[in-house]
Design a protein around this ligand. Structure first.
Ligand code: MG
Ligand code: ZN
Length: 368
């Protein structure tokens, strides 16, 4: 082949390739963010939901899940500042606040500096905000978005920090940390005296027009789904989206399926699967909203894997799986990140859990 022909071929290859890249890039964002407004963000965390948990849940659900409708998939590395295997406080802090910290610590970095969470950053951009968890609202994962404490066990301090926070809507268990406290303060009364409405059932939550509204689902930790936990996570998500969309402000909503992790600690696969199935329906509700809204970014991920689970047997037709656990604790496996909507492409690749914060912030800033 003569040298000129080689150059022509080489250039035409580059041209074809770059053309291809450009057309892909151009096609993609057109369907989203038409008015260039700040995006809504729905950040959904399956605590302890590693790839095996997703696999078990998907096969048990008839070989399908709403995660298959997400546009992009990535992987995040979950190690803590001081340990290869993280806990939910350090990993929650990494995702919510963008810095690695010690296991057990919430919203404070390894140099003892208090951190601002992505939810709090969104508040500075005039977002409405909401938190929903199927654990108590003062548990490590939701607390990572509003609290700064040295120990995740400081439940009463965490409750006090929520009492002084500007979160618009919150739903979770753990009311006792607010109204049956060692310091005898009644934070429910205090909050009600300062513009918050606190309710204990879904109808009162739905019917309230307050934009500072808390719904305590249980006094203590809520029971598992198969033991009758109510209301369902999708109902909570739908009722909250109903409120958030009625405002003309953008919103940040964090939803945690908290107990996939507890099923992992108990090495109880049916527990994991029933929690996953509920989470799956809540994700479907969020996706339906995002598809009609077209300016909502959804990110679904886990804070870490729990149980070191491997699926070893199963039957597709019977929708059954079985497997083995290698620990009653967490494992260091990377966990998947699924994304949909404006800037969802940012979440592809392999990155540290702290990058979740950076990417969410970029998604807000790029349309600012
Ligand atoms: Mg959690
Ligand atoms: Zn755990």
């Amino acid at each position: 082949m003569n040298i000129n022909l080689k150059i022509v071929l080489f250039l035409s290859l580059i041209f074809l390739h770059s053309n291809n890249l450009i057309s892909q890039d151009q096609e993609y964002p057109k369907s989203f963010n038409i008015e260039n407004k700040l995006p809504n963000i729905i950040f959904m965390i399956g605590d302890g939901m590693g790839l095996s948990q997703v696999t078990a849940g998907t096969y048990s659900n008839g070989n399908t899940s709403s995660l298959e409708e997400m546009e992009f998939v990535g992987l995040q590395k979950t190690h803590a500042h001081n340990r290869l295997v993280t806990d939910s406080a350090a990993s929650g802090t990494a995702m919510a606040c963008g810095e690695k910290t010690f296991n057990g610590v919430i919203g404070i970095n390894s140099k003892n500096k208090k951190l601002e969470s992505i939810l709090e950053y969104c508040i500075t951009k005039e977002y409405n905000t909401a938190l929903i968890a199927t654990s108590s609202i003062v548990h490590a994962t939701p607390a990572s978005f509003y609290a700064n404490v040295i120990s995740r066990r400081q439940y009463e301090d965490i409750a006090l920090q929520l009492r002084f926070h500007n979160v618009n809507y919150f739903i979770g268990g753990g009311q006792k940390h607010f109204n049956r406290r060692e310091d005898k303060r009644n934070l429910v009364k205090e909050m009600e005296g300062e513009g918050y409405t606190i309710v204990n059932n879904i109808n009162n939550y739905k019917n309230s027009s307050s934009d500072k509204l808390g719904f305590f689902t249980y006094s203590d930790e809520p029971p598992q789904k198969s033991m009758g936990r109510k209301p369902s996570l999708e109902l909570l998500v739908e009722a909250t989206l109903e409120k958030l969309k009625s405002s003309n402000k953008p919103f940040f909503l964090m939803v945690e399926s908290s107990q996939i992790d507890w099923g992992g600690h108990a090495n109880d696969l049916p527990y994991i699967i029933s929690e996953f199935k509920e989470f799956n329906i809540a994700i479907k509700s969020a996706l339906e909203y995002a598809k009609s809204d077209k300016n909502t970014l959804i990110v679904v991920t886990a804070d870490h894997e729990t149980g070191g689970l491997a699926i070893k047997k199963g039957n597709l037709k019977k929708k059954s799986v079985s497997g083995d656990f290698t620990t009653i604790g967490h494992s260091a496996s990377m966990v998947p990140v699924f994304s949909y909507g404006p800037n969802s492409k940012l979440f592809t690749g392999i990155y540290e859990n702290t990058a979740i914060y950076d990417k969410l912030k970029t998604a807000v800033d790029q349309t600012d």
